[in-house]
Design a protein around this ligand. Structure first.
Ligand code: ZN
Length: 141
């Protein structure tokens, strides 16, 4: 197996961890195309595959309103990155890697741990607000 070490792919520095994945853009010599997309990992398989989801709003002229569309894509999850559920990631287009995959994750922008922390904080803040609102309504009665 010929492995070519890439120090950066599309301006993204190689991860600290190394791997032996043939379909890795950093360690496996996989060429990527400059077509990026950002999304959240909503499904993670054991076979180095993942599903990335993102939302996009588009204008519907007939109803003069915006609709939010949900997009999903099957992507390759290299061993060295190993993106977890809930991670915000950047994926790029490559050659067809399997029947359903032709994109690969090259960067984890926001790990799920950081997101959950923020979400927990938001939830707590929301609950406090609800409690305060309840107290106010109870006080009025
Ligand atoms: Zn790798």
């Amino acid at each position: 197996m010929v492995t070519t070490q890439q120090h950066s792919v599309l301006g993204v520095a190689a991860p600290a961890k190394s791997c032996t994945d043939k379909k890795c853009p950093f360690h496996g010599g996989l060429t990527v195309k400059p077509e990026q997309l950002q999304g959240k990992v909503v499904k993670k398989d054991t076979n180095r595959s993942a599903t990335v989801e993102w939302h996009k709003s588009s204008y519907v002229p007939k109803y003069e309103r915006y609709e939010i569309r949900r997009y999903t894509l099957r992507v390759h999850n290299p061993m060295c990155l190993d993106a977890q559920l809930g991670d915000e990631v950047v994926a790029v287009k490559t050659r067809p890697l399997s029947k359903t995959k032709d994109h690969v994750i090259i960067q984890v922008t926001t790990p799920a741990s950081a997101l959950t922390k923020r979400e927990i904080e938001q939830e707590v803040a929301g609950k406090v607000k609800k409690k305060q609102a309840k107290q106010v309504t109870e006080g009025e009665q």
